[in-house]
Design a protein around this ligand. Structure first.
Ligand SMILES: Nc1ncnc2c1ncn2[C@@H]1O[C@H](COP(=O)(O)OP(=O)(O)O)[C@@H](O)[C@H]1O
Ligand SMILES: [Mg+2]
Length: 281
């Protein structure tokens, strides 16, 4: 089983969109995938998929030892994909978020132990999962650290802003000092005019690589690519938000499923082999 956590210094850089779109693409090509929402402070995997009210939350497994089978939902029939897609949803209720704000070291360790247990269970029948993906909270929290420990590769999503570059390189340096995991950096929300200019792109790419490897003193940080900013994503989300305001049901669009030829889908799908390649710890 290959395993990946998706992390960032700042919120709103595209972690959840990237996690959901990669997971669905892999299930679409016949892989068995498990996507866990470990962003307990801002659960949002639920905005992409419909959850059966009977299914328990991932919080119930990690904090209260609820059996895994009650906390995972097989979303593949809903999406009509050939592989299985099991999702563990984080509870978005105010009381669950409040519980997670007050997590102490003992509870965090219990959650880590249960995450490791889930990882093991997923490799065996009935799941036989080949890809495990964890969507995480921004910043360095107990859940970021737990996600990194549970997975063989960490993918940091970064925006090219000074605040995010500085924060991300410090975050990787701090985490890697303790965890020594393989870290990949992916830049999202990049202006299209920049991406179209190959000379500028390769120059910026080497500057970024220098910045991350120099500041983190760590040869295990690889910069893997770019995703352009695309106004149609923002527009689609805007239209969905209007539906929600009008009390209509809505869920966020999964581009790799519904619009596989869209630049967001093609760019992301091209990066998947690099993300999962040869990253064993
Ligand atoms: N490449 C992109 N182009 C345009 N909008 C994007 C892109 N990537 C993500 N977004 C938008 O940015 C917002 C935040 O994305 P999200 O995945 O929720 O981020 P995070 O999980 O890091 O908070 C969403 O509205 C999403 O549609
Ligand atoms: Mg998110």
């Amino acid at each position: 089983m290959k395993s990946l956590s998706i992390l960032s210094h700042k919120g709103g850089v595209g972690k959840t969109s990237i996690a959901a779109n990669i997971a669905v693409h892999l299930a679409k090509i016949g892989q068995n995938v498990c996507l866990l929402d470990t962003d307990f402070h801002g659960p949002s995997i639920i905005t992409f998929f419909k959850k059966n009210p009977e299914t328990k939350w991932l919080n119930d497994n990690l904090l209260r030892d609820e059996p895994l089978e009650n906390c995972l939902e097989d979303i593949s029939p809903q999406l009509e994909v050939s592989g299985r897609l099991y999702i563990g949803f984080a509870d978005p209720s105010a009381s669950a978020i409040e519980t997670n704000i007050r997590i102490n070291e003992k509870m965090s360790f219990k959650m880590l132990k249960n995450l490791m247990k889930i990882r093991k269970e997923l490799e065996s029948p009935p799941y036989e999962v080949t890809y495990l993906i964890l969507d995480s909270s921004p910043g360095t929290t107990y859940s970021t650290v737990n996600a990194m420990i549970t997975t063989e590769t960490s993918l940091f999503i970064v925006k090219l802003s000074n605040a995010d570059l500085l924060g991300t390189s410090q975050m990787i340096a701090g985490l890697n000092k303790q965890l020594k995991s393989k870290s990949l950096v992916l830049a999202n929300l990049i202006p299209k005019s920049v991406i179209q200019d190959e000379a500028i792109i390769s120059q910026i790419q080497s500057l970024i690589e220098n910045k991350f490897t120099k500041e983190t003193q760590d040869k295990y940080v690889d910069f893997i690519g770019w995703i352009p900013i695309d106004e149609s994503l923002i527009q689609t989300e805007f239209l969905e938000a209007i539906k929600t305001l009008q009390n209509q049901t809505s869920s966020r669009l999964i581009y790799t499923l519904k619009q596989p030829d869209h630049p967001f889908s093609t760019t992301l799908v091209e990066l998947i082999p690099t993300i999962f390649e040869d990253n064993t710890k």
